[in-house]
Design a protein around this ligand. Sequence first.
Ligand SMILES: *[C@@H]1O[C@H](CO)[C@@H](O)[C@H](O)[C@H]1NC(C)=O
Ligand SMILES: *[C@@H]1O[C@H](CO)[C@@H](O)[C@H](O)[C@H]1NC(C)=O
Ligand SMILES: *[C@@H]1O[C@H](CO)[C@@H](O)[C@H](O)[C@H]1NC(C)=O
Ligand SMILES: *[C@@H]1O[C@H](CO)[C@@H](O)[C@H](O)[C@H]1NC(C)=O
Ligand SMILES: *[C@@H]1O[C@H](CO)[C@@H](O)[C@H](O)[C@H]1NC(C)=O
Ligand SMILES: *[C@@H]1O[C@H](CO)[C@@H](O)[C@H](O)[C@H]1NC(C)=O
Ligand SMILES: *[C@@H]1O[C@H](CO)[C@@H](O)[C@H](O)[C@H]1NC(C)=O
Ligand SMILES: *[C@@H]1O[C@H](CO)[C@@H](O)[C@H](O)[C@H]1NC(C)=O
Length: 386
Amino acid sequence: MLDRLSLLGIFCQLLTCVSAFQEEWMVPNRSNVTTPIGNITVSAGREAVFNCVVNITGRYKVAWVRAEDQTILSIGTKVVTHNSRIMVTHDNLHTWQMRIKQVKESDRGCYLCEVNTNIMRTQEACLDVNVPPDILNEDTSGDLSISEGENATLWCRASGHPQPRILWKKENGEPIFIRRSFRNFTKVETYNGANLNFWKVDRTQMGTYLCIASNDVPPAVSKRVLLYVNFSPTIKVPNQLLGAPLQTDVQLECYVEAFPNTINYWVKNRSEMLLNGTKYLVREERIGYRVFMWLVIKSFAAKDVGTYNCVSTNSLGRAEGTLRLYEIKLNPVNTFNNRAELIAGLTEPARGPRSKEVLTSSTAPQMIKPMFWCWLMYFIGKIGLR
Ligand SMILES: *[C@@H]1O[C@H](CO)[C@@H](O)[C@H](O)[C@H]1NC(C)=O
Ligand SMILES: *[C@@H]1O[C@H](CO)[C@@H](O)[C@H](O)[C@H]1NC(C)=O
Ligand SMILES: *[C@@H]1O[C@H](CO)[C@@H](O)[C@H](O)[C@H]1NC(C)=O
Ligand SMILES: *[C@@H]1O[C@H](CO)[C@@H](O)[C@H](O)[C@H]1NC(C)=O
Ligand SMILES: *[C@@H]1O[C@H](CO)[C@@H](O)[C@H](O)[C@H]1NC(C)=O
Ligand SMILES: *[C@@H]1O[C@H](CO)[C@@H](O)[C@H](O)[C@H]1NC(C)=O
Ligand SMILES: *[C@@H]1O[C@H](CO)[C@@H](O)[C@H](O)[C@H]1NC(C)=O
Ligand SMILES: *[C@@H]1O[C@H](CO)[C@@H](O)[C@H](O)[C@H]1NC(C)=O
């Protein structure tokens, strides 16, 4: 009985002691500050260590308190809060160390080291928890598919601490073309800001954009956002009028721009679709939304003279280019012995420019070439007859 009573007595004393402490800590007096602890910044998941240096002779107790809600975390080395990540140690009652393992964002805030002497001494230190950036997918644009000429906005949001910076760049390293009106446009390597606005988007702005979020905490993160710009096909024909001598191979060329992808084919005389085979060689090369179409007519014959069309269709429309092919009659009595060289020279215009630049063609300059060759033939013929 006596044992039980004395146990109860000790328990009561402890209880009183603890509640007394709690009451005492409730209104901490922060006016008497000893050695400052110093603020701490750690990355989430790491450990935070606070050192409270106490240089007092006499009896005292040290408590750690969370400033925000005055929660007592520890008294002496005893952790009184339900948090297994907190540990308190001391070296000869001099430096009182509180460690918070695997720091979480919720640990961010200020902590008090309270030294209970006659006049309570309090030190405060704040913990900042850094969190690497993370892109918020639900708040970031997905791939976007719009019609040419419409406005478009790509947006991107990220979490993290400190607040991450957002920048945009093109995946292929090309500059971003930013246009705000017809007159106001710039090209930038990177664009800073969460929203990337395109005014009246055009085909050249199609591509893969990267939203990159970074703060002081590595690693930076990025997300790919594809911008598709849809438009119906347009066709450019570098050489609309082609002359060639019989027996030669003639190459016809068209240049298509369209998105989404097109189906392309060649038609002769508005009726016959031309297929790859022994007579025709059909070839195309696609670079992004650009398609180069070639038709080689092997061993050009009189029946091949006529009108040819390159046709391109996609879900938004259809376009066609027209080419006319005629025979260049070589003068049968000419004394020109290097015929092969002449033919090579004649077929040259049929190949057209190789450059990737936008090819523009007008009929007028093309008309000069046959005329020129015609006169050349005429004069060669004249010289030959003499
Ligand atoms: C805090 O302590 C100072 C002396 O260091 C005292 O003058 C002041 O009244 C105390 N304040 C409170 C709220 O206890
Ligand atoms: C802190 O308290 C001690 C007594 O414990 C006193 O001598 C000293 O002046 C106080 N310092 C301040 C800044 O209040
Ligand atoms: C503790 O205080 C005494 C005198 O008050 C001083 O001589 C000593 O250097 C102090 N020690 C530390 C570690 O601050
Ligand atoms: C510690 O951090 C708090 C809150 O961020 C700030 O008010 C205080 O000035 C900082 N103290 C020091 C010494 O940097
Ligand atoms: C595009 O945005 C401009 C202003 O930025 C606005 O005046 C125009 O009406 C918009 N066009 C469309 C098709 O939404
Ligand atoms: C272009 O537009 C931006 C944003 O609206 C503006 O800050 C800038 O001054 C404009 N530049 C010109 C040359 O008008
Ligand atoms: C092409 O069509 C025209 C008229 O439609 C016709 O006169 C000509 O013979 C045709 N040429 C060939 C090679 O089919
Ligand atoms: C036609 O054949 C050539 C070679 O035989 C090939 O390179 C080309 O891709 C073919 N074109 C089509 C449209 O199949």
